[in-house]
Ligand binder design. Structure first.
Ligand code: SF4
Length: 911
């Protein structure tokens, strides 16, 4: 075992604080002592923001082992806890908090050894990066310097190490083939493997899935299948079997779209049964494709490395450069960049390194041929299977650059989320943040702003000098964009000194929203108001703002026309790369022109009669009483209408699948409603439907406990219930809340008490850790518990003992927002009426949350709802046969402590 590095170390948890000095003794100490020690000398610590949070001292810094790990082991996985670090470095896992400081010393020493070893896999470019980090005064640089030897030859720099993508010929149209059911079954058998247990549900599911690949009989009328498949039937292989068979026979591409990253990872794993990692020509048959804002932009990174970033963000840029050299695909969000790296630096550094604003200059970029985004787009054009997410599939269909690359055979897994994804894709928001983004895109850097951001004029300088009318249009657009909000707009609105017509409008929006606010107790969070009976000043300001927007849109349209003309009659100097750049510019122009038109449409309706298809409202977005955005919003009442026309209509075969595709009311699955929610009815298509039930033994593996003696609004009682349930189950609890405020209050009351019992408690919005990493921590430690809100309700896939109890704070009623109210009103004429609409939402939430509990045949556990009045009509949300027991907290604690079905004698209802 490594000799500990003789530097002082600190560890702080909710249970206490421990210091270890350089000569080897560990002692417990007060928070104050710890802060003094950290101010004196840099201490070894793990996850500085988390330790700072525990000590209540935000300025804490030191020698963070996670930063060192990111340098020594870039693009490798590590759960950012003492246990996770120990496992990642093959060290003994500490048994208690007081052993952690010694572990930190050992881990530091171990990483120094790795740097010295001859077989350090990530040695390349380490020495030169370390020199840059030393100049930036990275605290580790001095400690590491003696252990990283200078290479004999000068190191290549990152950008020259990255491979270039190859241009490939366009793929031919897929051949029209129909899959017969026997062939699909045979293929499924090959994929599941000889001797695998035959699953009837999976076979039926696969046969049904095969039907969406049949040739289309009529234009604009795709095959649509809605397939409900209970957890555990093996639906992933169930659709991958026909998908891979069709791809092989037709030469076409199938897109599988998911909502969560977990499922993307699982699909990547399972697809290896159907496809090799690489084809004979070296290309990849399976590609994960995400929105461009997920990937590292090399031009932004270069800018950050060359002075665009300073201080801590500059250190982050160096560590990201280390990662980029070893990353599989340059995906910064949910890929192989550790999710914790961004939070260590507390600023939005990661976002600034991606192409958030669509400022890409395409072929005009010196890194175009190495660009991760371009590489992934090209790879997906040649792939048999593209794994993507709902938002990307929809955005691609709505404004994809290349028609040939638009998906035509799509499987939407986690299909119950398609509605929400369509809701946000097809909505419009005219807010301060959105408009300032547009200004930056057109105008570029202003008033000494650093960075590589270029405006339209710089991006299209050659066109401006070649084509006079084009040059004039650019100038006119830049001049008109001065009317958009600029830096400092929020402060000016608060001071009552707005500048320009858009800020004037936002000031009116803000004033009206506050004037009408009646939320009271929710003070500090977002507020909103409808667009009915607006004051005359606001309507007038909207008219002026709409004119200002039109004045920007007109020259942009002219410019788009000029670019088209230049392409049609291309000058000699315009080479292939130049054409690609103009193509890119045309594409992003078209998108901005549509955006401006949508904003103008939104403004033109203010003060007039409402459009039954849309819901409009004004909002001030706040976080802890701090305003961060203000503006107007428009959503479709039924977003599946635009979905049907942009996604379904051009497709040939679409399947939506999920365990919770239909509502399960008291009369059983509600297929008519699921069909209406698929969008198919807008094309007058009657989709096929199928149903495969879960093979899990819910009756014997799970119990729903409805605790009836916790009063609503009694925070102390709620916190006490959570603490006792976590103690009874010895951790392994996922706690779900509908309000962040209540979750924080509960966490604040119980975290210390639980930590002293060796039961770590983590929480979203409390711990400075991203949600994906929180889930990794929770999965890794069977005694840990995790509290969270919506994102955890169905984004968590933790099979096994780590998750053995789900506790919901109450019935998950929908929030009464303006959008919810409008959809509720629209549902008034449907069967079940407006109340039925709410019931469906609640049952869906309960079903999703319950779905976290039993992930495999071996899983078992309790699903607890703290609700004194849980209506029986919601019980059908749980799988058939699951026992439901109404009981007191004391009784529930007994059942949780003894495990499922260990206690008898209570009255049981059945789901
Ligand atoms: S091609 Fe675009 S996204 Fe890629 S590195 Fe260059 S500017 Fe960034």
């Amino acid at each position: 075992m490594s000799e500990p590095l003789p530097l002082p170390a600190i560890h702080a948890s909710h249970a206490g604080t421990w210091l270890r000095d350089s000569n080897g003794s560990t002692r417990g100490c007060s928070k104050g002592e710890a802060v003094m020690a950290a101010a004196d000398t840099p201490l070894l610590l793990l996850n500085a923001p988390l330790v700072a949070n525990r000590l209540g001292y935000p300025d804490l810094s030191g020698l963070d082992l996670l930063e060192l790990f990111a340098f020594v082991r870039p693009a490798r996985f590590c759960v950012p806890t003492p246990k996770g670090l120990a496992e990642a470095l093959d060290l003994a896992v500490p048994d208690s908090d007081d052993e952690v400081p010694l572990l930190l010393q050992r881990a530091a020493a171990r990483m120094m050894e790795i740097c010295e070893s001859t077989d350090w896999a990530e040695r390349d470019v380490a020495w030169s990066t370390l020199q840059s980090l030393a100049r930036l005064r990275w605290p580790w640089a001095q400690v590491l310097a003696p252990h990283v030897r200078k290479p004999e030859r000068a190191e290549k720099w990152l950008f020259s190490r990255l491979p270039e993508w190859e241009e490939a010929p366009e793929r031919a149209q897929p051949q029209q083939v129909a899959l017969d059911e026997l062939a699909v079954e045979g293929h499924l058998e090959r994929l599941t493997g000889e001797g695998a247990e035959k699953r009837e549900g999976q076979r039926l599911f696969a046969r049904g899935a095969g039907s969406v690949f049949a040739p289309r009989a009529q234009d604009k009328r795709p095959h649509v299948l809605l397939a409900q498949a209970g957890t555990g039937i093996g639906k992933t292989l169930g659709y991958l079997a026909p998908a891979s068979l069709w791809a092989e026979r037709s030469g076409g591409t199938v897109w599988v779209s998911t909502y969560t990253k977990n499922l993307q990872r699982q699909l990547r794993r399972e697809s290896t049964r159907a496809w090799p990692e690489r084809r004979a020509d070296g290309s990849r048959p399976v590609v994960v494709r995400k929105g461009r804002e997920n990937y590292l932009c090399l031009l932004n990174l270069e800018d950050a490395l060359q002075g665009g970033f300073s201080g801590r963000p500059a250190i982050l840029a160096q560590l990201v450069a280390r990662w980029a050299a070893y990353s599989q695909d340059g995906d910064m969000i949910g890929g192989d960049l550790p999710g914790w790296l961004g939070t260590l630096f507390r600023k939005r550094g990661i976002a600034a390194l991606t192409d958030q604003r669509g400022e890409c200059v395409y072929a005009g970029c010196p890194h175009y041929r190495k660009c991760f985004i371009e590489r992934s787009a090209r790879a997906s054009a040649q792939a048999d299977l593209v794994i993507a997410n709902h938002a990307l599939v929809m955005v691609n269909a709505a404004r994809g650059r290349d028609h040939a690359q638009r998906p035509t055979r799509i499987v939407f897994d986690e299909g119950h989320h398609v509605f929400d994804a369509a809701d946000s894709t097809f909505s419009a928001a005219l807010t301060g943040q959105e408009t300032i983004e547009l200004r930056r895109w057109i105008v570029g850097p202003e008033r000494g702003n650093r960075g590589r951001r270029r405006g339209l004029a710089a991006r299209l300088a050659d066109i401006a000098s070649y084509d006079e009318a084009g040059g004039e249009a650019i100038k006119a657009a830049v001049a008109a964009a001065q009317d958009l909000p600029s830096d400092g707009w929020l402060a000016r609105l608060a001071d009552g000194t707005p500048m320009g017509p858009l800020e004037a409008l936002l000031a009116q929006v803000r004033a009206t929203t506050y004037a009408r606010d009646e939320s009271g107790q929710e003070a500090g969070y977002g507020i909103e108001t409808e667009t009915a009976s607006l004051p005359g000043e606001l309507v007038e300001a909207a008219g002026t703002a709409a004119q200002a927007l039109a004045a920007i849109r007109t020259p942009l349209m002219k410019l788009a026309g000029r670019l088209e003309a230049v392409m049609a009659d291309a000058p000699d100097w315009l080479d292939g790369q130049g054409r690609a750049r103009i193509e890119g510019a045309r594409h992003s122009l078209a998108w901005r022109i549509d955006l401006l038109a949508a904003w103008e449409a939104l403004l033109s309706r203010l003060g007039g009669p409402a459009d039954a298809d849309f819901v409009d409202w004004l909002a001030v977005d706040r976080n802890d009483a701090r305003e961060f955005d203000i503006g107007l919003h428009r959503h479709w009442v039924d977003p599946m209408k635009p979905f049907a026309h942009t996604v379904l209509e051009p497709a040939h075969g679409v399947m939506l699948t999920s365990a919770t595709l239909t509502d399960r009311g008291e009369e059983g699955p509600d297929w008519p409603h699921a069909v209406a929610r698929s969008g198919a009815t807008h094309l007058e298509i009657a989709p096929r439907t199928s149903q495969s039930d879960s093979p899990f033994d819910y009756a014997n593996r799970a119990e729903v406990l409805i605790v009836t003696d916790i009063r609503r609004g009694d925070i102390a009682g709620l916190a006490g219930a959570y603490a006792r349930l976590i103690e009874a189950s010895d951790g392994g609890v996922l706690g779900l809340f509908t309000a962040i405020r209540r979750m924080r209050a509960v966490h604040g009351r119980i975290a210390d008490r639980l930590a002293r019992a060796g039961l770590p408690l983590y929480a979203q919005h409390v711990d400075p850790i991203d949600t994906g990493t929180l889930t990794d921590i929770f999965r890794d430690d069977p005694r840990a518990s995790l509290l969270g809100t919506d994102a955890l309700r169905d984004g968590v896939d933790v099979p096994g003992r780590s998750l053995r109890c789900v506790v919901m704070e109450s019935v998950p009623w929908p929030r009464p927002t303006i959008l919810h109210r409008a959809r509720r009103a629209a549902a008034a004429d449907e069967p079940g009426g407006a109340k039925g609409h709410d019931d469906r939402i609640i049952r869906a939430r309960l079903a999703q949350a319950f779905g976290r509990l039993i992930r495999t045949r071996e899983d078992a556990g309790h699903f607890v709802v703290l609700s004194s009045a849980f209506p029986s009509r919601f019980l059908s949300a749980f799988p058939d046969g699951t026992p439901v027991i109404r009981l007191t907290l004391a009784e529930a604690l007994q059942r949780v402590a003894h495990g499922v079905h260990a206690v008898t004698g209570s009255e049981t209802e059945s789901a």
